[in-house]
Design a protein around this ligand. Structure first.
Ligand code: NG6
Ligand code: CA
Length: 506
């Protein structure tokens, strides 16, 4: 009897190993707040596909992005290195050069080196090409996502509100139209091209509330100037469809081997102009409609996995890059129609802030059979820990100088334990740092007024003296207790100092 089993052992081991190396999909929404999903308490908008994912997995209540804006947040998630360590990690222009250097180790490198097929689909916002402003949009980009671990990419260079308004597939403009060569400038307008500032009558789909008055594409003003593009220009209405179709295409193509997909929606970033199927469907105007469209995207991906029989062998992490904003520069009535909706949930501030709503994001992990279903975890979790945690998941060892700020918390991420990480560091829009521990929130001293100055009605949380909040009793950060806890304050200051001194710039 015993002997009969022995030849089976290697096979069993292989099957077990295959199970331990699931496909991995990170779905990263843009500017989706902690309170924007119905499984996180939203009532004026329903997100059934996301809620079903939460039911199939574990929903986390205390997870933090690396920053309260996109570029630094994504930089930290993908590199496992704090964005404050590197200059040029602030909100990037659409013609920024690559912000992650090819020598840096990324989440995509991790999976690629382990034999996974890797892809980035959707919003990118981490620069392209080796140098800012010199990209050849009509030919090949001299540096692209292939240089940082992605086998395939179909991305927006920056954001929907920044030129160039075209998708980039691998190292070139997708669907390039040779009759309409592309020129991009963040310095000066192109002669003869209308701008939002000069030709507001051409802003037929959305008018700006602040900024966004340079190039006009698809009846919407943008940041930056652009000429050409022709058939390659996106229609905002079709962005979500295009992202979903490419994501599903990649899944189908790689159904038989392990894959990693970094899937970033444009929703719910501005300009919000979802497909006709969603416009007018929520009581909250275009921002609510964009949440519905985000939920649809999630549903498309989970259905495709289901149809291909991949649900049980796919780990999905769903989250957002930073907290919410209502008016972020377009007159889309997000403020007027929000009603009782609280996009930041119970937290103070929003996108850009040092207050919690800047970095507290939804976070759902699903992997049927491996992650408890329908559970909630209150563990403190950091996006920074993605690289080390995913390395642990697939049994990979990180190179010595890789992801130096990333720590492995696999059992926590898989919802099996509620063990918190000791601290989370996040960066606000003015590059000031905050530190969360399971109990405390420390906001370092920084310059700047109490409100964002350029349009959004958001409290910054900036103050010339450091602040301390007890998150157990004061989740809304109303009662600064820094003066009552001088020792803690010194400790937190020291932790910050040590962090700043410790790791060399990458
Ligand atoms: C701001 C833009 C805002 C948004 C943000 C970046 C203006 C007036 N505001 O500068 O609309 O694009 O940058 O958002 O231009 S993020 O989510 O990509 O970080
Ligand atoms: Ca964002």
């Amino acid at each position: 009897m015993r002997n009969a089993f022995i030849p089976l052992l290697p096979l069993l081991a292989t099957a077990a190993a295959a199970q331990e190396r699931p496909n991995v999909i990170f779905i990263v929404a843009d500017d989706l707040g902690y309170g924007d999903l119905s499984c996180y308490g939203a009532q004026r908008v329903q997100t059934p596909a996301v809620d079903a994912l939460a039911q199939r997995g574990t929903r986390f209540t205390d997870v933090h992005a690396c920053a309260s804006t996109s570029t630094p947040s994504r930089y930290g998630l993908l590199t496992g290195s704090y964005p404050f360590r590197k200059a040029g990690t602030d909100v990037a222009a659409g013609n920024a050069g690559m912000i992650i250097s090819p020598s840096q180790f990324t989440l995509a490198d991790l999976f690629q080196q382990a034999g996974y097929a890797t892809a980035a689909i959707g919003k990118w916002h981490l620069g392209l090409g080796s140098r800012t402003g010199t990209q050849d949009w009509n030919g090949r980009l001299d540096q692209s996502l292939a240089d940082i671990g992605f086998d395939y990419s179909y991305i927006m260079a920056a954001t929907a509100d920044r030129v160039p308004c075209v998708f980039i597939e691998n190292d070139h403009v997708a669907g390039y139209d040779p009759t309409a060569p592309i020129e991009v400038s963040y310095q000066k307008p192109f002669e003869g091209e209308p701008t939002g500032r000069q030709n507001p009558e051409l802003l037929t789909k959305l008018r700006s509330s602040h900024g966004h008055d340079m190039a006009i594409v698809n009846g919407i003003g943008r940041i930056g100037y652009m000429r050409g593009g022709g058939k390659a220009l996106w229609r905002d209405e079709d962005i979500a469809d295009s992202i979903a179709a490419h994501a599903i295409g990649f899944i189908r193509q790689h159904r038989d081997k392990p894959f990693f997909m970094y899937l970033c929606t444009n929703d719910v970033h501005v300009p919000r102009y979802p497909h006709d199927r969603f416009r007018g469907q929520s009581p909250m105007g275009l921002r609510g409609d964009a949440i519905l469209q985000f939920d649809w995207t999630v549903g498309q991906v989970t259905q495709a996995l289901q149809q291909l029989g991949l649900t049980d062998n796919t780990l999905i992490v769903l989250t957002s890059d930073n907290g919410p904003v209502l008016d972020d520069g377009y007159a889309d009535q997000a403020v007027q129609l929000a009603g009782s909706h609280t996009p930041g949930g119970p937290f103070r501030g929003g996108k850009y802030s040092a207050f919690e709503a800047g970095s507290a994001v939804p976070f759902i992990v699903s992997w049927p059979g491996h992650v408890p279903q329908g559970k909630t975890s209150d563990a403190l979790v950091a996006h920074t820990d993605a690289v080390a945690t995913m390395a642990r998941l697939i049994g990979a060892t990180l190179p010595a100088d890789a992801a130096t700020d990333s720590r492995a918390y696999l059992s926590t991420w898989l919802g099996r334990k509620q063990k918190s990480c000791p601290y989370v560091v996040s960066m606000a829009a003015n590059r000031s740092l905050t530190l969360r521990t399971p109990r405390w929130k420390y906001i370092s001293a920084s310059g700047g007024g109490p409100m964002i100055t350029w349009g959004p009605k958001i409290e910054t949380g900036y103050r010339a003296t450091p602040q301390l909040y007890d998150m157990r009793t004061d989740r809304g950060e109303r009662n600064d207790v820094s003066l009552q806890h001088p020792r803690l304050m010194r400790q937190f200051q020291q932790v910050m100092q040590t962090l700043k001194n410790n790791t060399p710039e990458q």
